[in-house]
Every structure is written in structure tokens, then in C-alpha cells.
Design a protein around this ligand. Structure first.
Ligand code: AMP
Ligand code: GLY
Length: 447
């Protein structure tokens, strides 16, 4: 038996745990900040152990790993990687399939990332500037006619970026927001990144990296805006879909190839700069624009919800992919089923503002099972036998089928089997929404 340690407790981690436990020779050990009922069920079934503690404390995670014969670890969430949990485990002799704090800097320091790409001539960056000075930031915004994305350099849970035409009305507001960020230091880093505003369709490409080569997974499209029709505040992601051909209905194979080439060049640049490999999952947030594929940001981890889409159709054994990544050599490209997937997140009433918490959910298990949807618990807890909401996203429901349409109907009927003070976006994966995406691509002249 192999002892695998997972650090984290969202729906993304539930999906990772589920994929790992498809290998009957693996015992799952979990270190979580709150008890995820899905993960703890898998821990029990596999004969492992769990602990609740501070997942951002390298000492606590390492102390849990010690003496448990852990053969491989996967610290998963961004803030855990930025805290150096992988580094502590590696020093203690535990192999890890996740990035060190230095490698995860591609995510937690957007200024560092853009500079790396510029210095090593990796294509795909929009026009950008890095600023710690208000006057220079304002002048750059002026040079882009006010059409910009203003970004804190550090981690903000996906909610710190503001773009003209969305969260910012015009250049004046963009300048105000830049000034506000420079004085508040939101995200913990000193500088801010300002980019020209890009127009196009966004897509996510996740890849397994062994330090020398990136192996791409099926493309996914996330939905960050809270409400149907892509309006409202940005969220962690309300749901996502992927297509049976592993592309998206509005993209061509060349888009995926270009994105993967940018990622490959990035891990090579990282190795040239630091002398060290990028080991872990690399997630590129891209935009297909008239001028080609542009990189919006990197994450040094699986996406949430995107992990649920790809892991539900992973044919290869996740444990051995991770094991090969930790040994710096993936021997065979991981394989995925030729299926479409649609993920919908149930979120508490009030989310993404002030969520109504601690509300019991009524789950019709027979009806849910009949839909065939996969169920991944996120921010919920068990109280007197009931699953209750907390402040963040509650449950991810994934339909897997031959077409996006069929997968969407599965995910939608699964949402109907769970009632309580929760809501979800009904439009994700629907024909109407897909049509809008394709029309948008045509309108900007990229199709
Ligand atoms: P990020 O945290 O960098 O992924 O940014 C959050 C969201 O802001 C992205 O998903 C995009 O929708 C938007 N965004 C970021 N950068 C740009 C850009 N240069 N042009 C247009 N939109 C952007
Ligand atoms: N779905 C976007 C993210 O995981 O950051």
C-alpha cells in the first residue's frame, strides 16, 4: 500500500481525492482546515487518517506527515503553496507533486511572472507595466486610453482584478483603483500590474508538469461572474464545461497548441532563471483574441472548478502521474476519456456578497443517484447528520456525457435534487450560452 497525503479541503480537493482513490493500492491521508465530508469518507474507506489544522502552516502539515510513511504528497490550494508547505515536506524527505514556494511565485507574484516572460521572450503577454509609483501608473493607463486591467500583484482569491468596462467605468476609475491598490497593498505585494484590456473568449488549460515537459489536459471554460448572462461580481467560479474533443466549441486545435507552447516555454524560462524545475499542475488562464492566444494569468495548481471537469474523465492513474512528476519524469502522456463535462456550483444565498451560512441542505439521494452526476463537497459541514452551508461555494455537481448538452442536463437535474438556501447559474453549458460565445468570437474577428 502507498500512503498519499492531500492538503486542502475544497471541491477541487474532493475531486483529487476521488481520482487518487480509484487506485485501490492507495491509502488517503488528508490534512484539512475544515472537515470535508466527501474527503473524510474516502479517507475512512481507504484506511487512511485525517487531521484538521492550519493547512497554511508548514510545521503542522509536516508534523502530520511524520511517522505516517507518506510516500507522496500533494499540497493543493494556492495559499498553501505560497506558504511553503511543499518546501517543508521536501526537506522532511516526502516526495511532492506540487510546486515549491519559489515555483508557485508564477501565481502569487504577477509582476514576477510577467517579468520572467518578458526577460525570456515567452510570447503571449499583453502590453503591460509594473508600478509602485502612482504617477507612472496613471500615465500608463492614459497611454492605453483608459482601457486596462488593474491587478494587485499578490493573491486575492481571484477577486482583486478590475477591468475597464466591467468593474471600472472608465480610465478615471482605473486610475483611482490603481492609487487605492498602491496604498492598501491588497494581496500583500508592493507593486501592481496594469495591462492593456484584451477582448476575446477566455479558456483554461491545465497541464501536468514534471519540470521538463508540460502535458496538457482538456480545455475548460470557467464562469467567474456571479449571475446568468455573465453579469455581477467576480466569484471563485460558478461552474465550467469541457467538450468531448478536449477543445471548446469556439476554439480550434491551434488555440490549444499555442497555449501549451506558451506554458512549455514558461517552465523552460523558469528553469533557466532559477536552475530549478517547475513540478506540479500549471494552469494557464488564456484569452483567444484577434491577435492570437494571450496569457491572462498562471495558477500553480488545479483550477476550482476546472479540476472537477478534467479529473472526472481522467483515464490514467492519478497517483502514478503524480509519482512520476515528483520524480521529474512523466513517462507517458496522461489520457482522458472523449467525453464532455459540465460542472455547476451550488452556492449559498447571498454569495458572493454576504452568504447565509449554517443552513441545512435537503439532499434527495435517490434522485441524485438517478441523475448519474458526480458530487463534490466544497464549503459545507455536517451537523446532526445534515450537510450545512458555510460562507463559500457549497457543492459542485458534474455531468459527464457524450455532448455538452447532455452533460448540462445531468448537472442541472442534479442541482434540482438538492434544496435549501442555495442557488446556481442555470445557463452554464446551455446551447444559448455556447451560441453567445461563438458569436462573440465572430464579432471580434477571431473565428
Ligand atoms: P486574473 O486574476 O488575472 O485571472 O484576472 C481575473 C479576470 O479579469 C480574468 O478572468 C479576466 O476576465 C479579467 N482580465 C484579467 N486580465 C485581463 C486583461 N488584460 N484584459 C481583459 N480582461 C482581463
Ligand atoms: N477557476 C479559477 C481558479 O481556480 O482560479
Amino acid at each position: 500500500m502507498k500512503n498519499f497525503l492531500l492538503v486542502g479541503n475544497g471541491a477541487r480537493e474532493h475531486a483529487i481525492a476521488e481520482a487518487i482513490c480509484r487506485n485501490a493500492d492507495v491509502r488517503l491521508f488528508a490534512f484539512m482546515s475544515a472537515n470535508n465530508p466527501g474527503i473524510s469518507g474516502l479517507v475512512r474507506k481507504s484506511g487512511g487518517e485525517l487531521a484538521i489544522g492550519d493547512i497554511h502552516s508548514p510545521q503542522q502539515v509536516e508534523a502530520f506527515a511524520e511517522g505516517r510513511g507518506i510516500s507522496l504528497a500533494f499540497p493543493s490550494p494556492d495559499a498553501v503553496l505560497a506558504a511553503g508547505v511543499t518546501d517543508a515536506l521536501l526537506i522532511a524527505g516526502v516526495p511532492c507533486a506540487a510546486p515549491t514556494r519559489e515555483a508557485a511565485r508564477l501565481e502569487w507574484d504577477k509582476a514576477y511572472c510577467r517579468e520572467l516572460l518578458r526577460d525570456f521572450r515567452v510570447p503571449g503577454s499583453p502590453k503591460f507595466g509594473i508600478f509602485d509609483n502612482e504617477a507612472e501608473a496613471h500615465s500608463f493607463i492614459g497611454s492605453c486610453s483608459g482601457q486596462v486591467a488593474v491587478k494587485p500583484s499578490g493573491l486575492t482569491g481571484g477577486k482583486g482584478v478590475k477591468v475597464t468596462g466591467f468593474q471600472l467605468n472608465d480610465g478615471v476609475e482605473a486610475k483611482q483603483y490603481a492609487s487605492e491598490l498602491l496604498s492598501s497593498r491588497l494581496g500583500g505585494n508592493v507593486s501592481i500590474v496594469i495591462e492593456e484590456k484584451l477582448d476575446g473568449e477566455e479558456f483554461s488549460l491545465q497541464a501536468f508538469s514534471d519540470g521538463s515537459k508540460v502535458h496538457g489536459m482538456p480545455l475548460v471554460q470557467d464562469h467567474k461572474r456571479a449571475y446568468e448572462g455573465d453579469i455581477g461580481a467576480n466569484t471563485g467560479g460558478m461552474g465550467s464545461y469541457s467538450d468531448a474533443n478536449h477543445l471548446l466549441p469556439f476554439l480550434k486545435a491551434a488555440h490549444k497548441d499555442d497555449a501549451l507552447a506558451i506554458m512549455q516555454k514558461t517552465i523552460e524560462a523558469f528553469r533557466k532563471k532559477t536552475g530549478k524545475p517547475f513540478v506540479g499542475v500549471l494552469y494557464g488562464g488564456f484569452m483567444a483574441t484577434k491577435e492570437g492566444v494571450k496569457l491572462i494569468e498562471y495558477n500553480a495548481r488545479f483550477g476550482d472548478p476546472e479540476a472537477m471537469n478534467v479529473l472526472c474523465i481522467l483515464k490514467s492513474d492519478l497517483y502514478s502521474i503524480f509519482e512520476q512528476m515528483a520524480a521529474h519524469k512523466i513517462k507517458k502522456a496522461p489520457e482522458f476519456e472523449k467525453k464532455a463535462t459540465v460542472c455547476k456550483y451550488l452556492v449559498p444565498e447571498g454569495y458572493p456578497g454576504k452568504s447565509i451560512t449554517d443552513q441545512p441542505l435537503s439532499i434527495d439521494n435517490a434522485a441524485l443517484e438517478k441523475t448519474g452526476a458526480r458530487v463534490f463537497y466544497a464549503s459545507v459541514h455536517e451537523k446532526e447528520g445534515a450537510i450545512c452551508t458555510q460562507s463559500s461555494r457549497s457543492i459542485g455537481l458534474v455531468g459527464v456525457a457524450d455532448t455538452i448538452g447532455a452533460a448540462e442536463r445531468i448537472a442541472e437535474s442534479a442541482c434540482g435534487a438538492i434544496t435549501g438556501k442555495v442557488w446556481h447559474r442555470r445557463d452554464i453549458g446551455t446551447p444559448g450560452l455556447l451560441k453567445r460565445r461563438t458569436a462573440h468570437m465572430k464579432e471580434i474577428g477571431t473565428a
